[in-house]
Design a protein around this ligand. Structure first.
Ligand SMILES: Nc1ncnc2c1ncn2[C@@H]1O[C@H](COP(=O)(O)OP(=O)(O)OP(=O)(O)O)[C@@H](O)[C@H]1O
Length: 449
């Protein structure tokens, strides 16, 4: 990629991350080369590589790809260093190609992603238990283990944890972790270089095969064919397979029916979206870890709770937010306060705001006050119905972008002036009635989860 194109990529990133982030973190980056899906970037120091990789890695990859580069990961090297050493990547380094470096198929698990660092809560306890069972390395009882769930919920982390644990318990085991992208890439390269026998040999000689993000096989018919044969060969030899995807096997689009049905033969477990308790648990665990990396950085009471409430999209973003806060607080020598968090994370907080619907608000409020939804929307006006109705109107105004007439229509075709009156009433009561203020706060929090 020519330097002027890299400059254009940086300009695009500036619009996304804002001027001050750009100046501190993006401007100093120098793109040295692009090869085999890896963008090699020079940075002034290792800390910066680590931080930029974790915080802006996804965005850099996204903007490089928009300019036509086919990048899957970033590799950072300190400008003067003789040996180039990856210092950070948007995903765990091994996820994107360690097997390429070690063609024998062995993997080097990323030591950050172990069972010890995986926080367990209701949404992921089943997936965790299944992963633990496979990691014990006993006789294969379910094959494959199929883990699925939305972006950034810990699938890759669990796969690395399994690999890590197996490598400790049974160092001689040949464990291969590979992303589906890498599988495709290797397959195409093998075809091109007429090395299909080597390819088959390598994949069929492993003891444990993990393929991450299998949804990327969609539409790749000949790769699917080869995957199907590899899969069967390993299952026939009673070798463990662990597969992950962003959705259940039956919902994989453009993946052949026979693969989908094979994937359902073992144990299928999903990682549910995180709940508040799990997010808070993860933040506490990460905070402990960061304490040793950034000694002296204090976090004010309530900040972790605030982040756990507001950033509910996925763990990667949650983690990125905390990293950014610690790095920033340590650079400027300040405590992580609520203000600093709001300032420093305004982009993340904006995009994480959950879109709440009028219907959800009405349902939540009627549950809270134990009234029937039909009463809330109906014409009757006794105080025990009118107040919750007005509270719901206030929440609709403050938590959605709907106009007053639109809100009115959804409240039994009421006029917009009635809605305005209700909202004003609650606004007044909020200042004078602490019970109402508490209810509003609680309902808002519950709706954001
Ligand atoms: N329960 C958890 N405890 C601790 N860290 C977690 C947990 N869940 C996710 N993470 C962290 O969140 C980040 C994203 O997780 P991971 O890469 O495993 O997600 P993924 O489900 O594989 O996402 P993708 O769909 O993008 O492949 C990682 O840094 C991981 O360590």
């Amino acid at each position: 990629m020519a330097q002027h194109e890299w400059r254009a990529v940086k300009d695009d990133i500036r619009s996304a991350v804002g001027a001050s982030n750009y100046k501190n973190w993006i401007e100093p980056l120098v793109l040295s080369s692009l090869s085999e899906g890896v963008a090699h970037i020079q940075v002034p120091n290792a800390f910066m590589g680590d931080y930029v990789g974790k915080t802006f890695g996804d965005q850099i990859i996204y903007h490089l790809n928009r300019k036509g580069a086919q990048v899957q990961r970033l590799s950072f090297a300190v400008a003067d260093a003789v040996a180039q050493k990856p210092a950070g990547s948007a995903k765990p380094a091994v996820a994107n190609g360690t097997p390429a470096a070690k063609p024998s198929g062995e993997i080097q698990p990323d030591h950050r992603f172990t069972f010890d660092t995986f926080v367990v809560g209701k949404p992921n306890e089943l997936a965790h238990a299944a992963a633990k069972r496979v990691a014990e390395g006993g006789p294969v009882t379910f094959n494959p283990l199929f883990l699925y769930g939305g972006v950034g919920l810990g699938k890759t982390h669990l796969m690395h944890a399994i690999a890590h644990e197996l490598s400790v318990r049974q160092p001689d085991l040949n464990v291969l972790y590979i992303s589906a992208d890498q599988f495709i890439y290797r397959f195409i390269s093998a075809l091109r270089d007429r090395k299909m026998m080597d390819f088959k040999q390598m994949f069929r000689s492993v003891d444990v095969l993990m393929v991450d993000d299998i949804q990327f096989l969609a539409g790749k018919e000949s790769t699917q064919e080869e995957f199907f044969h590899t899969f069967n060969a390993l299952v026939d030899q009673n070798k463990q397979l662990i597969i992950s995807a962003d959705r259940a096997p039956g919902e994989l689009k453009d993946v052949s029916e026979r693969i989908r049905s094979r994937l359902q033969c073992g144990l299928v477990v999903d990682l549910h979206p995180t709940d508040y308790e799990l997010r808070l648990g993860i933040l506490h665990a990460k905070q402990e870890m960061y304490r040793s990396i950034y000694p002296g950085v204090e976090v004010a009471t309530g900040v972790l709770e605030f982040l756990a409430h507001r950033i509910s999209s996925n763990v990667r973003i949650l983690e990125g937010a905390l990293t950014r806060l610690f790095a920033f607080a340590s650079l400027v020598g300040r405590e992580v306060t609520m203000e600093l968090a709001q300032d420093c994370l305004s982009d993340i907080l904006r995009s994480s705001d959950r879109k709440v619907t009028i219907e959800e608000i009405q349902r939540k409020v009627s549950e809270h006050y134990a009234i029937r939804l039909s009463d809330m929307l109906g014409p009757r006006r006794p105080r025990n119905l009118a107040r919750p109705r007005q509270i719901a109107m206030w929440l609709c105004k403050n938590m959605t972008s709907r106009s007053l007439p639109e809100i009115g229509r959804k409240f039994g075709k009421r006029d917009h002036t009635t809605i305005m009156h209700g909202i004003r009433k609650i606004e007044e009561l909020r200042q004078t009635d602490s019970q109402i203020a508490d209810d509003l706060e609680m309902l808002q929090r519950a709706l954001q989860e």
